[in-house]
Design a protein around this ligand. Structure first.
Ligand code: ZN
Length: 117
């Protein structure tokens, strides 16, 4: 299955380019690499909120990746109400949750999204 090593996202076989970073996809997930340790922390349809969330996570030095379910991403969440989801390492879930909640409370991120987990 095509796979983006940067975003840790798998795509349908007809997809040639990562919908998130635009990078070339590799043929499959490398051996030993897994997304199991990543937990989704925030979901939204608002692209500006995704960008803001990425910035606050980067500033907090939290490793994250975005699943763009509208761009042909691996359909692990069929029926999800939001197109974009941000996942973080399970070990950083609590701090990621906090910085995103603070951004929502500050008004930097709109309330259209949803904190998960
Ligand atoms: Zn990518």
């Amino acid at each position: 299955m095509p796979y983006c090593a940067d975003c840790k996202t798998e795509y349908r076989s007809e997809v040639k380019q990562c919908a998130d970073c635009g990078g070339e996809l590799t043929a499959s997930r490398p051996n030993g690499e897994t997304t199991e340790a990543f937990v989704e922390v925030f979901s939204t349809d608002n692209r500006e909120d995704i960008e803001t969330a990425r910035q606050v996570l980067a500033e907090a030095e939290i490793e994250y990746f975005v699943r763009d379910l509208g761009g042909g991403a691996f359909p692990v969440h069929m029926g999800a109400e939001h197109a974009c989801r941000i996942a973080v390492s399970a070990t950083q879930l609590q701090v990621a949750h906090n910085v995103i909640r603070e951004a929502i409370e500050d008004g930097a991120i709109t309330s259209s999204g949803a904190l998960l987990a």
